[in-house]
Write a protein that binds this ligand. Structure first.
Ligand code: MLT
Length: 242
C-alpha cells in the first residue's frame, strides 16, 4: 500500500487521488470538532466554504434542527450558533442536529477532495480507527493536511506522521518522501501537546484562550467514529458495508 502526505492542500492534485482513500487532517481544530460533533450524535455535518453559504444553506433546511458552526480568525462567526471549539459540540447541543460548518482551512481542504472515492476525517481522537479502516479498504492512502492558508502547518504534519506510523504498524507500506518527513516530525516531539505549543496556530489558539481545546485535541483514540464525506455531507462511516 502506498502512503503519501500532502503537506498542504495546494500540494494536492485532484486527479492524483481519484482511486485513493483520502484522510483529511486539520487537527487544530476542524477535524477534531467534526469527529466530536458526530460522536455526540449530530445527524451530519455539512462543510461549506463561506459564512454566507452557511447562512443561505440554513434557510433551505428545517431551521429548528440546524446549527451553524465554525470560525474565522479562530473565533465564532457573528450570528453563528457555535464556534470551532470541539468542547462546544456536546451531546446536549448537537444530538440530532445538522451542523452547517465552515472553517478557515479545514472545510477548504475537504472541498479539494471531492474527486476521491473515499474521504475520511482524521485526528488523534480517532487515529487508530481511521488507520485500521483505511488498511481494510486496501487502497493507497493520501493524508491531506489542511495546513494554514495554503502553507505548511506543523500540527497537521505531525498528526499525518502519526497516521503513517499507525498504518505501517498494520500493513507493509511504501511511503513517499513527504510521508517520511511527516513521520520524522511526529517522532521529534515527546508529546502532542509539545507539538501544538511549537506550532504557530497552537500558540494563536492559546492566545485566544483555547488552551483546553489543545488538551482535548491531543487525546488519542477516544472514539471509533470515522466521519466520511459523502454527497456533500459528513456522516459516520458504517463499517459493516465492507
Ligand atoms: C481551520 O479550519 O482553519 C481551523 O480549524 C481553525 C481553528 O482552529 O479554529
Amino acid at each position: 500500500m502506498k502512503v503519501d502526505v500532502k503537506l498542504s492542500p495546494l500540494a494536492a492534485e485532484a486527479r492524483t487521488h481519484l482511486d485513493a482513500t483520502v484522510i483529511v487532517v486539520d487537527v487544530l481544530r476542524a477535524s477534531t470538532t467534526i469527529i466530536t460533533a458526530l460522536a455526540n450524535g449530530a445527524r451530519n455535518v455539512v462543510p461549506v466554504l463561506t459564512p454566507d453559504e452557511a447562512a443561505t444553506l440554513k434557510l433551505r433546511y428545517d431551521s429548528a434542527n440546524v446549527l451553524l458552526g465554525g470560525e474565522r480568525g479562530g473565533v465564532k462567526i457573528q450570528g453563528f450558533d457555535l464556534g470551532n471549539s470541539p468542547l462546544e459540540y456536546t451531546e446536549e447541543t448537537v444530538s440530532g442536529k445538522t451542523i452547517v460548518f465552515t472553517s478557515t482551512n479545514g472545510t477548504e481542504a475537504i472541498g479539494k477532495t471531492t474527486s476521491a472515492q473515499t474521504v475520511l476525517i482524521g485526528a488523534y481522537l480517532n487515529l487508530e480507527a481511521v488507520a485500521r479502516f483505511a488498511v481494510e479498504l486496501g487502497k493507497d492512502v493520501i493524508i491531506m493536511c489542511a495546513g494554514n492558508q495554503g502553507s505548511f502547518a506543523l500540527e497537521d504534519a505531525a498528526c499525518a506522521g502519526a497516521f503513517c506510523m499507525a498504518i505501517s504498524r498494520l500493513t507493509s507500506v511504501e511511503e513517499s518522501d513527504s510521508a517520511r518527513a511527516a513521520r520524522m516530525i511526529a517522532s521529534s516531539f515527546d508529546t502532542v501537546i509539545d507539538t501544538f505549543h511549537a506550532s504557530a496556530h497552537g500558540r494563536n489558539l492559546v492566545n485566544l484562550g483555547f488552551s483546553e481545546d489543545l488538551e482535548y485535541c491531543a487525546r488519542f483514540n477516544t472514539t471509533d467514529v470515522i466521519p466520511e464525506y459523502y454527497n456533500g455531507h459528513l456522516i459516520i462511516r458504517q463499517k459493516k458495508s465492507h
